[in-house]
Structures are given as C-alpha cells and as structure tokens.
Design a protein around this ligand. Sequence first.
Ligand SMILES: C[S@@+](CC[C@H](N)C(=O)[O-])C[C@H]1O[C@@H](n2cnc3c(N)ncnc32)[C@H](O)[C@@H]1O
Length: 250
Amino acid sequence: MEQIVMPNNQEKSRDIPKRDNVFRMFDRIAKRYDLLNRLLSFRQDVKWRKKLTQLLPNKENLSVLDLATGTGDILLSIADARNNFAEGVGLDMSGEMLKFAVSKTDTAKLSDKIRYIRSDAAYLPIEGNSFDAVTISFGIRNVVDVPQSLLEMYRVLSENGKVLILEFSLPKNRLVRVGYLFYFRYILPFIGGIISGDSYAYSYLNKTVETFPYGEQFCKIMEQAGFSDVQEHRLTFGIATIYEATILTK
Ligand SMILES: C[S@@+](CC[C@H](N)C(=O)[O-])C[C@H]1O[C@@H](n2cnc3c(N)ncnc32)[C@H](O)[C@@H]1O
C-alpha cells in the first residue's frame, strides 16, 4: 500500500499544538466536558451524533467500536436510537473521560452491552475483522498518528463493515465562515476557559480545527488507508462533517 501523506497544512502554522499526551488535557476538562459541548455548540453536537447513528448498518446484532470515545456519548446515542445494537466497545486514552463514560453507562443500565478500554487509537488491542462499524467523533483530529489510526480502523472492521468519522470542518460560504471563525477564535475559548478553568483546551480546539484537513482532502486520506467510495455529509453549514465508507471486500 502507498504511504499515507498528511497534507502540509498540518505544518502550516507555527501555532499548531502538539497532540502528544493531549489526553492529559482531556483528563483536566473531563468534569465540564459534556456541559461545554452542549453549551458551546448550542446542542448541535447532540443532533450530529444522532445523524451518525442513522448512518449505521441495519444488520442484526450490530457491534460498534467507538474510538476516542470520551464520555461515551456516541455509544449511548447508538444504544438509544438503534434497536439492532448488540455490543459496543469504547476506547480512549483519557482515564478521567472514561470514568464519566462508565458512570453514564451504568446509570443508563447499559453495562451489559457497552464496555470501555483505555488505549491508543493507533494501536488497537483488538483482533482484525471483529466489528460491524467503527465510529470516531471529534477524535481523529486529536490522535497523534492519523494514518496509523485509520489503518487500524480498516483492520478491525469486518467485510461489509462501515466507518463513520464525525469531525469539525469549516463552512464553504464566506460570510458564514467569517462569523463562525470569529465565534470560534474569540468567544468559544473565552467561555470554554472560564467554565472549564482551562483556557488552553479551548484555544487548542480552534487551532486544531483550523489546521486539520477536511472535505475532499480528508476523503483522500481515508482512501489512502484503504477505504473506497468515501462520502461526506456536511452538517450545519459545514461546521461539522461525517465521513462514511463501507468495506465491501477485504
Ligand atoms: C474532543 S474529545 C471527543 C470525545 C467524544 N468522542 C465526543 O464525541 O464527545 C477527544 C477524545 O480523544 C481522546 N484521545 C486523544 N488522543 C487519543 C488517542 N491517541 N487514542 C485514543 N483516544 C484519544 C481524548 O482523550 C478525548 O477523550
């Protein structure tokens, strides 16, 4: 397989934060993470996760691996929305985020269906061909090794398996983009900093979003990892995108 090339805009800005040990930052903000997600996205995050659940395969006894699972919202939304959901595994590097995921899963009485693993998305402690779907929401931008994580997603998916990647992107419309960037660069880090007590985390957010490949550029990266026929679903003026691909044969 050809080598996966990340575009240069990863290196364009001197400002790009390092992803090494970024999970420690999530350990620090875990307590306020859900609240800030709802508040800063005006609850759009709930809508986006719901849209992702609708794109999952219809197959019976659906098994899902959710990478960079954080506080578990994707798996909990899937359990809520999909009758065919049978088993979920959530994986994350942040022990503190996982504590909230476990507690929310217990409260929802879903511990028999959903379990969590602390691990790196680039090195999955999971056998090949074992899941019907792999999801990752607002996580791919945070992992240290994007190409290796995509290759791992491909490896653990079974034939006819589907990958769904939800990530921030930038609006195409110039006017919307200007307004959005103002909010994203100045208002969001300010509010996020006050409520979480960690202003770095929310300036990290806008810096990573503005420098991470999206749209066609990201589809190409997925194709280099082996996924074919990658489709993008742009959400809310394009401020988030779901990338979808199915593995037909392996
Ligand atoms: C923005 S949060 C997304 C959480 C959740 N998926 C959601 O939609 O709310 C990013 C998550 O990625 C995790 N993370 C960062 N680097 C990682 C890595 N290399 N492997 C696994 N998880 C990682 C962080 O600990 C954090 O929980």
